[in-house]
Design a protein around this ligand. Structure first.
Ligand code: NSS
Length: 430
């Protein structure tokens, strides 16, 4: 038995015989005929089952089918202007594979119910579209990275190191020691770029975010790059190329999915290098001019980032953040020593930060002084400090939040829909 997919059947001329497997999306039966809308991973297609058109035993089985039952049908492709898509298959056999209890998700449901039933809601066409777009973005990233001679590496997720500050750490007992779930693979990537040149990793990162926001998860997918012999300027060039390649990959093969999500594709077409660059101090002046109460040293939050990006269609780099709002490992900008040679990349249309990156501090004494000032215990970092003791080189890198990217590209209100099984402060089931 050769099994077709709905997507391939929609290309066939009438008269062909096909077999399809899938789930009942909708079903309507009268005594003599059943209209089934069948779903598989490629789309929807109407299948009609007539009494007398299939063996009696098959027709009886149709009576036991309901929404989300799994079925196999064989039939003849026919055009039918009344059917969705203008085609249907007229069944010659019908097999009920897995009957379904009354499906808990009906048309209008609360967000909470959909989250409680996420294991079933992932079958929805919108969720499937988002997951396909995400897969295409990751594939686009990997293709770009391979062509640019980056080597994929596999850093650990259990660690003793705090990369992005103690307030969002998940700690755990590691036998008789204290350990953490990784916030970032950066330090390990720094070690590996001395061995392999440009490297990247795709890992889960963990942040114990204690507030409910539409852009924070407690577990997210983190694409991190580390580049040997590259300064922060070169680092930004890598970012704009990579981000553009990911967006263009989606425009290349996922237009239908974007349309299904109601995403306006026009602004995405503008996403091509180079992206504009603004210094933090410029952004600050601009925000003050618009009445924001903000001082040098304050980090930019969701509100400030939205104001900075809502009228743009292309991402914007914000460079030279003040030292007090960024991490200890960044390199001081020699021309502007109150700031670091760093950049956040903010997505347009109000979405805000998708990447955080910087050149890394290579001076051992500068690094030690900052760590001491921040009361960071040096012992678990001796290996990291060794990187400055044995053949230190200039290097830079960044981390991209994959779900932040997906949220922007798909135009999602909430980041949780960029994850099949999102983890947030009040959600770890299912
Ligand atoms: O904290 S970051 O800004 N930077 C780092 O972790 C660096 N150590 C990365 C590096 O240089 N290798 O996080 C990077 C990105 C940030 O821009 C967001 O896009 C994403 O990670 N991010 C998150 N996404 C979803 N949920 C949460 N809570 C989250 N936190 C950061």
């Amino acid at each position: 038995m050769t099994v077709s997919t709905i997507g391939s059947v929609l290309m066939l001329p009438p008269g062909e015989e096909v077999t399809l497997r899938g789930w009942v999306h909708r079903i309507r039966t009268s005594g003599k005929i059943a209209f089934i809308v069948l779903r598989d991973h490629t789309g929807l297609l109407q299948a009609t089952v007539r009494k007398g058109g299939v063996p009696d035993i098959d027709f009886n089985a149709v009576g036991a089918a309901s929404v989300e039952s799994s079925i196999i049908v064989t039939g003849i492709v026919a055009s039918d202007p009344r059917a969705p898509g203008g085609m249907e298959i007229r069944c010659t056999t019908f097999t009920l594979v897995g009957p379904a209890d009354a499906f808990p998700i009906t048309e209008y449901q609360s967000e909470e119910l959909l989250l409680d039933n996420r294991h079933l809601w992932v079958r929805s066409r919108n969720m499937a579209a988002i997951m396909k777009i995400k897969a295409t973005m990751l594939q686009g990233a990997r293709e770009w990275l391979a062509a640019a001679d980056f080597t994929e590496v596999t850093p650990p997720v259990l660690t003793q190191n705090v990369c992005e500050g103690g307030t969002t750490l998940f700690s755990l007992k590691y036998f008789d020691r204290q350990a953490y779930l990784s916030q970032s693979a950066q330090m390990y990537l720094e070690a590996l770029c001395y061995s392999l040149g440009n490297v990247y990793s795709l890992t889960p990162s963990f942040r114990a975010e204690k507030s409910r926001t539409p852009r924070h998860l407690t577990e997210y997918w983190h694409l991190e790059l580390e580049e040997a012999w590259i300064d922060n300027r070169g680092n930004m060039e890598v970012q704009e190329e990579l981000v553009s390649a990911m967006v263009q990959a989606v425009l290349g093969s996922r237009r239908d999915e974007l349309e299904m999500l109601g995403r306006d594709v026009e602004p995405l077409k503008d996403v091509m290098p180079p992206f504009p660059r603004m210094r933090y101090s410029q952004v600050l002046e601009d925000l003050k001019g618009r009445g924001f109460d903000i001082e040098f040293g304050d980090d930019l939050g969701a509100v400030e980032e939205r104001a900075t990006t809502q009228d743009r269609t292309v991402p914007v780099f914000v460079t030279n953040y003040p030292k007090q709002c960024k991490a200890f490992y960044m390199k001081e900008d020699a021309d502007d020593p109150d700031t670091y040679a760093c950049a956040d990349l903010l997505a347009p249309e109000g979405y805000g930060e998708i990447i955080g990156g910087s050149e890394r501090e290579t001076d051992l004494d500068a690094l030690l002084a900052r760590m001491r000032a921040q009361d960071i215990s040096l012992e678990p970092y001796q290996w990291y400090l060794d990187l400055r003791r044995y053949g230190s080189i200039p290097h830079s890198g960044f981390g991209m939040g994959i779900e932040r990217m997906v949220r922007w590209v798909c135009g999602l209100e909430h980041i949780r829909d960029a994850m099949p099984f999102p983890r947030t402060i009040n959600r770890i089931y299912p």
